[in-house]
Design a protein around this ligand. Structure first.
Ligand SMILES: NC(=O)c1ccc[n+]([C@@H]2O[C@H](COP(=O)([O-])OP(=O)(O)OC[C@H]3O[C@@H](n4cnc5c(N)ncnc54)[C@H](O)[C@@H]3O)[C@@H](O)[C@H]2O)c1
Length: 250
């Protein structure tokens, strides 16, 4: 399937996990892809994989928590490829802590990366997306739909991303820009592999977050992102799509 020829996609979090898989699929389907992350080794790995399969990409080291970095990223995208059609805000961090153990620095870092970064890039990219009638995919989570124990800071950012998405979808629908979010459950990535349970955890509450199906793989999430970013999803805007193996059925 080639759904993105002559399209330019910007992917944050492109050095690892879901962002890496998304960048690779977008490039495989014809997009010129700008890869953004703080991890240069991971960015090179993604770029090499894209190049080996004949795709086109450039990378830019970017801390999405810094507005100046986000501005430079959007500017370099336009400089490199002349347009922007798809923005995938995928970069993110997670930690699981009792409320009393969440430091001010923990909270600020989580908000800077998971929420402020998404806002900065949506705002800075919008003039270019208006020109191409492009679209945005933001990364929320099942943690943006339901509260989760020991995840207060993470849930706060992912819930905010979901409503940021819906608000922008309403504001820009008549101008031709779609804005959607996805809400994955458990995906097999370094973020989950590095997960540590806080001490003295309430396992009964914790296990309520278990999905009904097995853990997902990053390319499965990338597949859904590419569908939403493509013209096949022309009539879809403002959704927060759970991809969660039944975790949020209720
Ligand atoms: N893995 C899951 O189960 C799961 C579930 C729901 C949502 N998510 C979300 O999916 C997104 C991707 O996570 P993943 O599972 O692929 O994890 P990952 O750790 O493999 O990838 C996250 C990427 O974000 C990058 N990043 C971190 N801070 C950054 C910053 N300041 N600026 C730019 N890049 C930065 C990391 O370097 C990394 O490459 C995150 O937003 C995460 O919250 C993941």
């Amino acid at each position: 399937m080639i759904r993105f020829s002559n399209k330019v996609a910007l992917v944050t979090g492109a050095a690892s996990g879901i962002g890496q898989a998304t960048a690779i699929q977008l490039a495989a389907e014809g997009a010129n892809v700008i890869l953004a992350d703080i991890n240069e080794d991971g960015l090179k790995e993604t770029q090499n994989e894209i190049t080996e399969t004949g795709g086109v990409s450039q990378y830019r080291i970017t801390d999405v928590g810094k507005r100046s970095d986000c501005r430079a990223l959007v500017e370099s995208t336009i400089e490199a490829f002349g347009q922007l059609d798809v923005l995938c805000n995928i970069a993110g961090i997670a930690f699981s802590k009792h409320l009393e153990d969440v430091s001010e620095a923990d909270w600020e870092r989580m908000v800077d990366i998971n929420l402020n970064g998404v806002f900065h890039l949506c705002q800075l990219a919008m003039p270019h997306l208006l020109e191409t009638k492009g679209n945005i995919i933001n990364m929320s989570s099942t943690a943006g739909i339901d509260g989760q124990i020991y995840n207060s800071a993470y849930c706060a950012t992912k819930g905010a991303v979901l409503l940021l998405t819906k608000s922008l979808a309403i504001e820009f629908a008549s101008k031709g820009v779609r804005v959607n979010a996805i809400c994955p459950g458990q995906v097999n990535t370094p973020l989950v592999a590095n997960f540590t349970m806080p001490e003295n955890a309430d396992m009964v509450q914790f296990l309520k977050m278990a999905p009904l199906l097995d853990v997902a793989e990053a390319p499965e999430i990338a597949n859904t992102i590419c569908f939403l970013a493509s013209n096949e999803a022309r009539y879809i805007t403002g959704i927060g799509l759970p991809i969660d193996g039944g975790q949020t059925i209720g």
